[in-house]
Design a protein around this ligand. Structure first.
Ligand SMILES: *Cc1c(COP(=O)(O)O)cnc(C)c1O
Length: 271
């Protein structure tokens, strides 16, 4: 963090994310987030290289994504398949820009994900696994996947209930095109830090349980958890991937509930 950066906001405060509209502003925000990741790693006694930053570009237009690319971004997370698809199409001249689909997938869109995605982080049903496997086989591709777990207990949020995750991962052994790398979750959107932290700890405990119970740990190494408002806490609880949008690109107009049905908006996006 350099002298020009504002003090970190007090715990529980809703930060304001200014829109980054130049390559310099994006580069600044990327390095500021990386510095916060490194500091959180140090506090947690982890090495800074232990956490991968996945910038999330949903609602960000092509021009600003190209600036982010110029600032060094080589992978981007998108919540909606349609949006990921049109951006992938529009930026086909940047073949080393990888797309990670991080939002719920309907089986009828599996074909698109199989074609364009480098990674899919929201796998939570066998129907989707089957659809992806079939499309990937047709294309002769493999796909890195994360299994999404609902750690917040919110009824309508996507993801498997924690108690079903282990047997689900076991069944994925029958899908050779799906390379299961880890688990993903969205924590509770709440000012109650204890309850947010509990979501992250639960995902870490699930990984430990799988590593013990499943054959060869079934390759479950990664924990994708933490976003702009809570990634430091997620790192303290063991995150290996953090998905950060607004702290890099600026505030979005639409609240989280627009992307994740059933999520209460105690943390509306500042505009
Ligand atoms: C939008 C989104 C994020 C990033 O949220 P920010 O508040 O922009 O950091 C992380 N994960 C998922 C699944 C998302 O849809």
């Amino acid at each position: 963090m350099n002298a020009h950066d504002p003090e970190p906001p007090p715990a529980g405060a809703v930060p304001t994310y200014l829109k980054a509209s130049s390559q310099a502003e994006l580069a600044h925000n990327l390095s500021a987030v990386r510095a916060r990741i490194a500091a959180a790693c140090t506090r947690a006694g982890r090495s800074a290289g232990a956490v991968r930053l996945l910038p999330v570009s949903k609602t960000v237009d092509e021009a600003r994504i190209r600036l982010a690319y110029a600032a060094g971004c080589r992978e981007l997370g998108e919540n909606k398949v349609q949006e990921a698809d049109s951006k992938w199409e529009a930026m086909g001249d940047l073949p080393d820009l990888h797309w990670s689909v991080i939002g719920h997938l309907q089986t009828n869109k599996a074909k698109v994900v199989a074609r364009i995605a480098h990674e899919f982080q929201a796998l939570d049903s066998l129907r989707v696994a089957e659809a992806l496997e079939r499309r990937l086989q047709e294309l002769g591709r493999g796909l890195d996947v994360f299994v999404q777990v609902n750690t917040s207990g919110e009824a309508s949020k996507y993801g498997l209930p924690p108690e079903e995750a282990s047997s689900f991962v076991r069944q994925l052994a029958g899908f050779p095109a799906l390379r299961v790398h880890g688990l993903m979750t969205l924590a509770l959107q709440s000012d109650d830090q204890t309850r947010v932290r509990h979501c992250f700890a639960l995902l870490r405990d699930l990984r430990a349980q799988m590593q013990q119970d499943l054959p060869a740990g079934a390759g479950i190494k990664e924990l994708s958890m933490g976003m702009s408002g809570d990634f430091e806490m997620a790192i303290e609880e063991g995150a290996t991937v953090v998905r950060v949008g607004q702290a890099i690109f600026g505030a979005r107009a639409l609240p989280h509930s627009h992307y994740w049905p059933g999520v209460a908006d105690t943390h509306p996006s500042p505009t």
